[in-house]
Design a protein around this ligand. Structure first.
Ligand SMILES: NC(=O)c1ccc[n+]([C@@H]2O[C@H](COP(=O)([O-])OP(=O)(O)OC[C@H]3O[C@@H](n4cnc5c(N)ncnc54)[C@H](O)[C@@H]3O)[C@@H](O)[C@H]2O)c1
Length: 320
């Protein structure tokens, strides 16, 4: 990675800002971030995420919207990139049901804009941050990459579309495109809308937490450090020109079990209110990580029990 030039979209967000930490630590020659500080969650959190990067000579930031092709073109015209790591997106399953057009514009048109500019400017590598949600409710666990897809939210459908576009550009133009299907990622700086973070905050402040369904939905929660190892290995991957690879922990727990782990880590009891399941939610995510192990040498290191403790330690330190 030393001396390479990377474009990281979404580099002010949760996963993206951690990736930038790692790329700078590995002495990348350039780490250029595109992020429009979308108002899905507060700008100040994203400004905190990038504050350690600000004075690094290899880092620069463009506060640009992925939908703005002309502005993106100026960035590509200014310098070449060895690879694009495309993590910017409208994230979140439930809000996508309310605003599908915006999800489509950012996640599909925005991804196509980047692919087209990668083609025009001969960028060789493209890593796409995809999602386990695209498997849908009927997939057989553990989910394998060759399983049929049945997305049931606009968000999931836009991620499936992004994978297809990446495949098309790889096939037509020789781009090396690796689509990484992330399974719910957590750890320091996790998005405040995601369950582990939201529940931690509410248990800590003594407010009720809303569980949609009866809490028996199972999730494959993946610790951020494991995801980063997978992304870094995908950047270095030099095999086939197109791959889709799951990045999960391959260990599932129920939402109720996750709440119990948070209670223990915080030393506080949760006030739980159960509600009907929400449209777009899937009952289970569970990654088969055999392909990641084989192609990327991916071996996740952080079981949920340890990861939750680390998350709560970070939460308590950042809260104070
Ligand atoms: N966190 C997870 O559990 C998870 C799971 C599956 C997939 N993913 C995917 O991984 C990627 C990163 O997720 P995250 O949790 O770090 O989310 P995040 O919201 O923290 O980061 C995404 C970043 O993209 C930026 N962005 C949004 N719209 C933009 C636009 N129009 N132009 C430029 N920038 C824009 C946001 O400002 C944000 O900083 C996303 O593509 C997400 O869909 C995340």
């Amino acid at each position: 990675m030393k001396n390479k030039r990377y474009l990281v979209t979404g580099g002010a967000g949760f996963i993206g800002s951690h990736l930038v930490d790692r790329l700078l630590a590995r002495e990348a020659a350039r780490v250029v971030v595109i992020d429009n500080f979308d108002d899905f969650y507060p700008r100040r959190i994203k400004l905190d995420n990038i504050s350690p990067h600000r004075h690094h000579p290899a880092w620069s930031l463009h506060d640009v919207d992925l939908r703005d092709y002309r502005q993106l073109e100026t960035i590509f015209a200014a310098e070449p990139f060895d690879a694009i790591i495309h993590l910017a997106a409208k994230a979140g399953v439930r809000p996508s049901v309310a605003d599908p057009l915006c999800y489509h514009e950012v996640n599909v048109t925005g991804t196509l804009n980047l692919l087209e500019l990668a083609r025009r400017h001969q960028t060789r590598g493209f890593i796409f941050g995809s999602s386990s949600s695209i498997y849908g409710p009927a997939a057989v666990a553990p989910f394998r990459e060759d399983a049929p897809l049945s997305p049931i939210s606009p968000y999931a459908a836009t991620k499936a579309a992004g994978e297809l576009l990446a495949h098309t550009y790889s096939h037509l133009h020789g781009l090396r495109a690796i689509c990484l299907r992330f399974f719910t990622v957590y750890g320091a700086r996790q998005r405040p809308d995601l369950a582990i973070h939201k529940f931690t905050r509410l248990i800590d402040t003594g407010e009720p937490i809303h569980v949609y369904g009866d809490g028996t939905a199972r999730r494959d929660f993946t610790y951020i450090e494991d995801i980063l190892e997978g992304i870094l290995a995908a950047i270095e991957y030099a095999g086939s020109p197109f791959e889709i690879i799951n990045l999960g922990e391959s260990q599932t727990i129920t939402v109720n079990e996750m709440i119990r782990l948070l209670e223990t880590a915080l030393g506080k009891k949760a006030i739980i209110e159960y509600h009907s399941p929400q449209p777009g939610d899937v009952p289970l995510t569970h990654a088969d990580i055999g392909k990641a192990r084989q192609l990327l040498g991916y071996v996740p290191q952080t079981p949920i029990e340890r990861g939750i403790n680390r998350f709560v330690e970070w939460y308590l330190a950042s809260r104070d």
